[in-house]
Ligand binder design. Structure first.
Ligand code: FMN
Ligand code: SF4
Ligand code: SF4
Length: 408
């Protein structure tokens, strides 16, 4: 296996993953045929669809939209596995998948009663799960209801993303789980609340072997203003807050991984997830601090087979760049991304190539610019008025504008 295209090992606790690529918990990891196919296509691990112990008050048949143009996936209606289904899937996967590392993703609520969490940990451990992923991230539980009903007094038991923002609740669940299992624990935490790095630090101090970052963000998807009572989903009655994922969230996900790595230092394992849809996205994640890469939305849209292409292009990239291991790519952006206070900008101005300009006038519309005029034949830019922002380069359909760098 060591010579295999797919062998680029990383570790979570004492468990070796043959490569950094994990099927992130969601609809592509809820049946045994999916797990077998993922293994066949070279994935190192799969975090099975969330088990909620017991089934929660929000559980529907799935209704999804993949908004291609916006590159965002949205949903509210989704169902979780119940305990028996989750256990059966883990048991079957251990029997039928020889190489795939099986991660059990599960939730219960916060509060005094720890029994549901510990019961799930013990039972998944006995069923053969190799890693446990505590779901402290799902925005589609109490967090959805709290935000949608802001101002109402009713207090629901905190779960998912509400719980994962709370350092005390995270410490409580990880420390207690640590006492009943030796399996590596992943805390899948939430960016909601804006304290993802602080919460991650607490998770590691409490005994987590890894954190997964990020899960879905909660938002309001596009709505048809002429028919605003009708949601964009098929077969769904109401507008709702939606769980957002896919390429749209990648810049935020990169930031979260970067921020966590900066705070927790080089040792702990970070499973970078969120919007990864190409080999380059995965490398960016690693450069921002990720050890492994979780992919959900892209497997929903494109299956599992693309991993072979990713691994081939990753091998080529690593060879060209002189990287031997996944670790060699990790953290490279940690020192490259500078605080805004240390930014250097140098003088320059935009210029038009009259040969290419069609005099369409689009660049004249730029609201913050008074440097461009249109002559009979082409646009012209006054270097004295140009601030060098480069919006016109992005606007021009003819690629007729270029930037003169005054240092040269
Ligand atoms: C339809 C759907 C269902 C999901 N269900 C779960 C889940 O059960 N447990 C979990 O931890 N994350 C779940 N996620 C979150 C993903 O694992 C992942 O963290 C998130 O979607 C961001 O990654 P992506 O852009 O690659 O999808 C779900 C995501 C989607 C789109
Ligand atoms: S670079 Fe900015 S300021 Fe200069 S011409 Fe273009 S849009 Fe105007
Ligand atoms: S947008 Fe481009 S093509 Fe159109 S006028 Fe400006 S420079 Fe010329």
């Amino acid at each position: 296996m060591k010579d295999s295209l797919f062998y680029l090992p990383v570790k979570i606790g004492n468990v070796e993953l043959k490569n950094p690529f994990i099927v992130a918990s969601g609809p592509t990891a809820k049946r045994i045929d999916q797990l077998k196919l993922a293994e066949k296509c070279g994935w190192s691990a799969a975090s099975i669809k969330q088990t909620f112990n017991p089934l929660p008050y929000i559980n529907y048949q799935p209704r999804y939209r993949w908004l291609k143009k916006e590159k965002v996936h949205v949903f509210t209606a989704e169902y979780r596995l119940n305990m028996e289904q989750g256990l059966r899937l883990v048991e079957e996967a251990r029997k039928k998948c020889k190489e795939l590392v099986v991660i059990a993703n599960y939730s219960y609520v916060a509060g005094q009663d720890i029994d549901g969490w510990l019961d799930a940990a013990r039972r998944f451990d006995s069923a053969g799960a190799q890693i446990l992923e505590l779901n402290l991230c799902c925005p589609n539980m109490s967090f959805n209801v709290d935000i949608s009903e802001r101002g109402k007094k009713e207090v629901r038991p905190s779960s998912g993303a509400s719980m994962g923002q709370d350092e005390d609740a995270v410490r409580w669940v990880i420390e207690n789980t640590r006492k009943v299992t030796r399996l590596p624990l992943i805390a899948k935490i939430t960016p909601e609340g804006g304290r993802i790095s602080e919460v991650s630090k607490v998770a590691f101090e409490s005994g987590a072997a890894a954190v997964s970052s990020v899960a879905n963000r909660l938002g309001i998807p596009a709505i048809d203003v002429w028919n605003y009572k009708k949601p964009i989903y098929n077969l769904q009655g109401q507008n709702t807050m939606a769980c957002l994922s896919g390429p749209w969230i990648k810049p935020l996900a990169l930031r979260d991984v970067f921020e966590i790595r900066k705070l927790v230092g080089p040792e702990p394992h970070i499973n970078g997830t969120g919007g990864v849809a190409s080999m380059e996205d995965a490398v960016q994640m690693m450069m921002c601090g990720a050890d492994s890469i979780g992919v959900c939305t892209h497997t929903m849209i494109a299956g599992f087979g693309f991993l072979e292409k990713w691994m081939k292009s990753l091998r080529d990239y690593m060879k060209t760049m002189g990287f031997q291991t996944a670790r060699d790519m990790r953290d490279l952006l940690l020192t490259e991304i500078k605080p805004a206070s240390e930014l250097t900008v140098w003088a320059g101005y935009a210029q038009v190539d009259p040969e290419k300009c069609s005099a369409c006038g689009l660049c004249l519309e730029i609201g913050h610019c008074n440097a461009i005029v249109l002559t009979d034949a082409s646009a012209e830019i006054d270097p004295g008025l140009c601030q060098g922002c480069s919006t016109c380069i992005d606007i021009c359909p003819k690629k007729a504008i270029w930037m003169a760098d005054k240092r040269i």
